[in-house]
Structures are given as C-alpha cells and as structure tokens.
Design a binder for this molecule. Structure first.
Ligand code: RP5
Length: 164
C-alpha cells in the first residue's frame, strides 16, 4: 500500500496533526511524519516533495499555521495530491492559515480542509488510496454506516424523550 506523508511546519502543530496520524492508524494506512517548514527549512520541504512519489507516497498532508505556505510549497514540487490543514496557532484564530492554504493559484491545487480539520485530511487521503484498494474502500463504507447508526440511535433517544 502507498504511504501517506504528513508534514507539519512546526512541532507546535503536533497536537492537531496527531488526530490525522491516529485516523490513518485506525485504517491501517502507513504514514511517515516530518517537521519541514516552507520558511525555516525550505530546502528540506522541497526535497521531500520532489522525491515523494519515488519514495512510495500516494498522498501528502501538510499542516501549518499563521502565514501557512507549506501545503502550497509542497504542492509546487510534486504531482501527488496534497491536502492542506490550516492550523489555528495565532491571534487570528486560524483564518490567516486558512486563507494562506486555500487560496492557491490555478495550476497548483491544494485540497484544503477546515481549520484544524486533521481527521478529514486523513480521511481524504484514505479515500484517495481507496480508489485502487477495495479493502480500504470497504472499511470507509463500514465507518460511514456505523456513523449513520450512531446518529439514528441519538435521534431515537431524543425523540422518545421529547415527542410524547
Ligand atoms: C507555522 O508557524 C507553523 O506551522 C506553526 O503553526 C506556526 C508557529 O510555529 P512555532 O513558532 O510554534 O514554531 O510555520
């Protein structure tokens, strides 16, 4: 199975990024985790992205806060799909990172999830890998069915309590 690369701009992003690592782990999807910064270690970010396809990655998650150029900088150097996580790490509540990550120019896409949306970033990577992996696709379907059942059970409880 292809690996997912998880890059964060700083180790201070780890509390958010851990949710993506855990989600990939739940699905048995292998990942590699690194701290590479678009601004502080641009050469390492570039080198990782340029070699990612040859190194067996199928998708890349890039998490960064503030002037969050990491996902774009990674995407500029690979044709692998890049999922950006804007991290809430500043006085601007993550809006700075959201806009920096999502507003990519045509030609270099970054699929941007919600501010701190690490679980969905991982799920998008799993969905990308599941296009050519039926057992992964079945796990995704089973998780969706379980989530639906959970909401239906909550609804039944609420309806019994309030709708006499
Ligand atoms: C960004 O700046 C990082 O991704 C992090 O979210 C933010 C703050 O980094 P530190 O100053 O905590 O290292 O590049």
């Amino acid at each position: 199975m292809k690996k997912v690369g998880i890059i964060m701009g700083s180790d201070s992003d780890l509390p958010v990024v851990e949710k993506a690592i855990n989600t990939l782990d739940e699905y048995g999807v292998p990942c590699e985790v690194h701290v590479f910064s678009a601004h502080r270690t641009p050469e390492q970010s570039k080198s990782f992205a340029q070699n990612a396809k040859a190194n067996g990655f199928g998708a890349i998650i890039a998490a960064a806060g503030k002037a969050a150029h990491l996902a774009g900088a990674i995407a500029a150097n690979t044709t692998l799909p890049v999922i950006g996580i804007p991290v809430k790490s500043s006085t601007l509540d993550g809006m700075d990172a959201l806009l920096s990550t999502v507003q990519m120019p045509a030609g270099i896409p970054v699929a941007t999830v919600a501010i701190d949306g690490a679980v969905n970033a991982a799920l998008l990577c799993i969905q990308i890998l599941a296009v050519s992996d039926d057992s992964l696709a079945e796990k995704l379907s089973a998780a969706r069915a379980a989530a639906t059942e959970k909401v239906l059970a909550a609804n039944r409880k609420i309806e019994e309590k309030y709708n006499k």
